[in-house]
Design a protein around this ligand. Sequence first.
Ligand code: AMP
Ligand code: MG
Length: 346
Amino acid sequence: MINTLHLDAADPAARQDAIDRAARLLREGKLVIIPTETVYGLAANALDPAAVERIFTAKGRPQDNPLIVHISEFSQIEPLVSQIPPAARLLARRFWPGPMTMVLPKSRLVPMVTSGGLDTVGIRMPSQKTAHDIIAAAGVPLAAPSANLSGSPSPTNPHRCAQDMDGRVEAIVMDGDCAVGEESTVVAGEGNKALVLRPGAVTPEDLASVLGAENVTVHPSITAPLAPGQKAASPGMKYKHYAPRAEVTIVRGSGEAYRAFAAAHAGPGVWLMRFDEDGEVPGLPSLSYGSMGDPRSQAHLLFEVLREMDEKGAETVYAHGPQPGGVGLAVYNRLLRAAAFRVVDV
Ligand code: AMP
Ligand code: MG
């Protein structure tokens, strides 16, 4: 059983008590699951190597997969980094607090275990009020990867956190569904330029609106598998990720072509991950993961629907491919990894 700390907006004293208890546990080096606007995070004091070790153990996460350090005020960044390039300042001013992580050269204060052995550190300032209040009350930056077992879809509600993390953490702060539902955009800044290492709700177009399109590059590994021997710019991208037990295939094409493909591939254990607009395909069970033209709705539902596919006992899943523009790039990126890059065009 996990200790649950409930947040009742109607009872400010009880809310503050839950936040204070979470903060105390974090200061003591314990693991606490916290809500953020992206996904639920498995948090620990980012500056305490022993506490950070516990995150890796609880998740079964490879040691070379760096953690994102969460702050509540911009001033907290200074001791964590050796340098803040101009692009990073501009992006922070525009997109913090919010679902964007910046990779910056780290200071000696950040333990190597936190940065996965790299000399850079990913830093983010979440916008969700509860996350902000917990970080502020803890008084230390918090390392907080998604609160799932390594490899499975990230949790976007407390129920999914408990499924993966029961017995592995001290407490969970319950605060409903995550607004975004996908992990943050990860950006490396250098000079006036930004390189997108992982797409998220802050899109390349958003970054370009601040830095100019000529200064924003999207890393090729976002939509293509790494070639043998190629080094991942963003270590998380080299692992199989977000994957249900079922074999997922992305089917790209119009609604009509998708339905025809699905009908031709019906069989035992086959499920569809479709859009609302696709409607039901006779004889085939399906779940919708949002509206075709609304990538934010897809981002919100994707991980939950991937987990539901496991609960339904799906063995083969045909997912209607999202349009990879704007926030849809993040949806496509996660789905590609859940599908181990199996894509068919119809
Ligand atoms: P998450 O598992 O959502 O907490 O996100 C962590 C991911 O952010 C990692 O798997 C990396 O892909 C990326 N990341 C974090 N820190 C760095 C870093 N220092 N350099 C490059 N990518 C990073
Ligand atoms: Mg994760």
